[in-house]
Ligand binder design. Structure first.
Ligand SMILES: Cc1cc2nc3c(=O)[nH]c(=O)nc-3n(C[C@H](O)[C@H](O)[C@H](O)COP(=O)(O)OP(=O)(O)OC[C@H]3O[C@@H](n4cnc5c(N)ncnc54)[C@H](O)[C@@H]3O)c2cc1C
Length: 506
């Protein structure tokens, strides 16, 4: 067995990789309304006077109407959806957001809130001519309490910038994901983003301390507290965590930042079977305990395609499955001691066949870059049907086998990888170009399979535009009705992100 503690791989930044991928996909996606046969609802139609009003409210420079300028705001990251918005607004303050929504509500103009536009379910782009409210200019960090770890900022702050800011103060952001160089904290909250360290730091429903949001009618809800405990009535902030811009627009956020770990290790291991992945996870939980911060897996196709398409280096050989194990702790000696004992036991047991472990930052970044580039690298192959489901761990990888069997006769690749610690697998089916036949083979089949395992059809990406018609596989009718009732109370005219999350009652 060859076991390396050091290796050299060129470090490629995430931003650089994302940009490169976006450039390679130059053809325009079909309009979402045509592709998915959606009918426009009876909203107002944008007029010159509306544009003039917006220009007088927030200035001409922050109102985009030029068709070519609008294009990137109308297309989602994965190039599955394309909207037809005629205007993008870039407010700088909560007050401006409030005035915009008040006006849109009175005029019945539909609105699509947009953060970094890295969402993977078509929620961040309009379907028809919704007014896009983009938060990129609401990017101020308001305060950080180094004692409690509470950070308060505007919704348009980019996650990576917040993390860098927190690190300078011996704190970190409690969430981390492959899109961190572009996604915004307001988008993260609106999607209830998970990411690679949910296993350790929990989900946003736990770490978000407070939210300031604007309702559809323009009224501002101030729940921007920095308290860990506050049981004064209903927990209103939770209405905005994961509601994908359909109940209100998030303008400010207070979030609990954990301490910067003093000792970080990352291992990348080759494993022979998925059963070994599961056994390794069980062992890592009990052996590494409180220092385990991430446990990720990817199959050989995912890693092989990523290193090939992006010209990266796989630091170990080729294996059926790969596992990334990360530790965050406060005592280097204690952590490496624990890790060494775990590794030598699992190398002896044969669960780990090969691997590399590093505590060097650039090397850790190189390993994470391979894992986090899987989705982008697979896009080189053509069109991607992307699924993000959670199922009981025993059935975690089964769906990949089922889909490969079902799509035997189709020219496609089925990739499986994800956050094992959260029971969340990402399945990407890549075909040379969009095909209605493949779409028909995949949906609703995949959601029926997930439902058989009592899983969730969306573990962390949300429902967005792509999945409302399948939400009943994860939510019963009574729950759906309650969601509809809440929508009616919060947004009686239905202007906030229409065609998303809630299925059409008909
Ligand atoms: C390479 C890559 C890796 C990813 N990895 C992960 C991962 O590990 N875990 C994960 O959970 N997701 C992941 N994602 C998906 C995506 O990054 C997350 O969903 C992220 O939280 C979206 O943030 P955003 O700012 O880009 O929001 P957008 O994509 O702009 O919007 C997402 C949704 O939130 C709404 N929204 C945005 N801002 C606001 C606001 N201020 N107020 C109200 N509604 C708003 C939009 O209307 C839309 O419905 C990944 C995406 C990519 C491209």
């Amino acid at each position: 067995m060859l076991f390396r503690y050091l290796f050299s791989t060129p470090y490629i930044t995430k931003t650089c990789t994302l940009n490169k991928l976006n450039r390679t996909l130059s053809t325009l996606p079909q309009l979402s309304s045509e592709k998915y046969g959606v009918k426009r609802k009876e909203f107002g139609v944008l007029k010159n006077d509306d544009v003039k009003f917006f220009q007088s409210l927030i200035s001409k420079e922050r109102v985009l109407t030029d068709e070519s300028e609008l294009l990137p705001y109308n297309i989602d990251w994965i190039k599955n959806c394309r909207g037809q918005s005629k205007v993008v607004l870039k407010p700088k303050t909560t007050e401006e957001v409030s005035q915009i929504l008040k006006y849109c509500n009175e005029r019945r103009l539909a609105v699509c809130p947009q953060g970094g536009n890295t969402g993977l379910v078509g929620g961040s782009v309009p379907v028809f001519d919704e007014v896009i409210i983009n938060f990129m200019l609401m990017n101020k960090i308001i305060s950080v309490d180094e004692l409690s770890g509470a950070l308060v900022c505007e919704a348009g702050c980019i996650l990576e910038n917040l993390d860098n800011y927190a690190r300078e103060r011996n704190l970190i952001m409690p969430l981390d994901l492959g899109a961190k160089g572009s996604c915004q904290i307001g988008g993260n909250i609106s999607t209830n983003a998970g990411g690679i360290r949910l296993l350790r730091y929990g989900n946003l429903q736990g770490t978000v301390l407070g939210v300031e949001a604007v309702k559809a009618d323009g009224s501002i809800i101030d729940c921007l507290r920095t308290l860990k405990k506050d049981n004064t009535g209903y927990h209103l902030k939770h209405l905005f965590i994961g509601s994908e811009g359909t109940l209100g627009v998030v303008t400010k956020v207070a979030i609990q930042c954990p301490s910067l770990p003093k000792s970080v290790n990352l291992g990348f291991f080759g494993v022979e079977s998925f059963d070994s992945v599961l056994q390794l996870y069980k062992s890592a939980k009990s052996s590494l305990g409180e220092i385990l911060s991430a446990f990720e897996m990817a199959d050989s196709l995912s890693i092989g395609t990523t290193v090939k398409n992006l010209k990266l280096t796989n630091p170990i050989g080729e294996y059926p499955f790969y596992v990334l194990i990360e530790t965050h702790g406060s005592d280097e000696e204690h952590d490496s001691d624990k890790l060494s004992r775990f590794l030598s036991r699992e190398m002896d047991s044969g669960l780990i066949v090969d691997g590399t472990v590093t505590a060097e930052e650039t090397k850790m970044k190189s390993i994470w870059n391979i894992r986090e580039s899987i989705a982008g690298a697979a896009l080189h192959g053509g069109y991607m049907f992307k699924y993000d489901v959670s199922v009981p761990l025993r059935s975690y990888y089964e769906l990949v086998h089922v889909l490969r069997r079902r799509l035997r006769a189709v020219d496609c690749k089925v990739y499986g990888y994800g956050h094992v610690g959260d029971g969340n697998i990402h399945i990407n089916v890549v075909v040379p170009e969009y095909s209605k036949e493949v779409y028909g083979l995949l949906e609703p089949f995949i959601f029926e399979e997930v439902s058989k395992h009592k899983g969730s059809i969306s573990a962390e990406h949300g429902v967005g535009f792509r999945k409302p018609q399948y939400i009943h596989y994860s939510k019963d009718q009574t729950s759906l009705q309650l969601m509809r009732d809440m929508k009616r109370v919060m947004d009686p005219n239905g202007i906030l992100n229409p065609y998303k999350v809630l299925p059409d009652p008909s």
